[in-house]
Design a protein. Sequence first.
Length: 311
Amino acid sequence: MRKILIFEDSVLTMERLKEILSEDYELHIVTKGSEVLKTAMEINPDIVLLDTTLTEGVTGYDVIKQLKNEEKTKEIPVFFLTVNTDAKSEEKGLLLGAFDYIRKPFSPLLVKARINNCMKLVEKLEEHQKLCNLDALTGLYNRYYFDLQMNAEWSRSIRENRIISILMFDIDHFKNYNDQYGHLKGDIALKAIAEVMQNNINRPGDFVVRWGGEEFVTLLPETRIRGALTVAKKIRADVENIRTLERKITVSGGVCAHRPTYKCSMEGFIESVDAALYKAKEAGRNRIEVADRNIETLGYQKMKTNKPSQF
């Protein structure tokens, strides 16, 4: 069921909105403006309704600024609930990014019509965004999606002082495979490896993307280096054990874990895992290497990896 987050401190208004919307939507109601952003980050609502009146020093105008400043919530349509009918107030909200106004007292038919029309638009945008975010061959997320999510996860990790891990894989000697068996067989191999990657991602916040031609990247929020290594090891072994291809295929991988701060560079984080991947390829391929950079900040000693069987 689609979710609507409502910021409203009037009991009467809340009950009225429940009567109008609860049959069709999952409603989440908060009575403090300070709780809206946190709740929105947790539940990822499809629409937000904000009361414009002052509540404990916070107005809906203050809240919409917070929502629009966060990568994860900035695209959520926001309706203002208001008794104001003057053009100046409406212009203020629209300039801040509001989708529309719902005026009190409510007309149930108008409320339903406006919310339903907005929700249809949300669904169409989601379908379009999904197509834009997916790699056509493998069905994995693509580089564009990674850039969007990486920015959001990096900001969240800084804000909540949490560790984030990244894995980068490259198919060993994939050009030779394509040259020997042809690109159609190469595409089949890419899809089989993508399936292995996806099958090893279990938590809602984890995701894997097709980074480039034969490169894949996995992001693991709130994961320390040992957990990231466990996932990387499993992926490497599962790829090697694929039996449906023309011959055995292997991957090399790099792993990096870090606790970001505002002084850190996200680009440096990605460069570190890329360097670890390069090290794995230089060391003989079909192995995993850990990035030297920033590992010490997690409370672990630098880890010198051996052959995959010794993980």
